[in-house]
Design a protein. Structure first.
Length: 53
């Protein structure tokens, strides 16, 4: 499986929102959690406000 950074930002942003189905929200959060620590800063703004570090 491969994806570019822009598409992954879009996926995490849309699918981690509170309006997303809980299963897909869990998947988006799991994908974010699986990112290497040194790359997470690129995607932090894609998470809902209450989940940002």
């Amino acid at each position: 499986w491969s994806i570019n950074a822009r598409s992954l930002q879009n996926f995490i942003s849309l699918r981690s929102s509170k309006s997303a189905l809980w299963e897909i929200r869990n998947l988006a959060n799991a994908i974010y959690d699986a990112l290497p620590e040194e790359h997470k800063f690129i995607f932090e703004k894609c998470l809902p406000e209450d989940e940002q570090n």
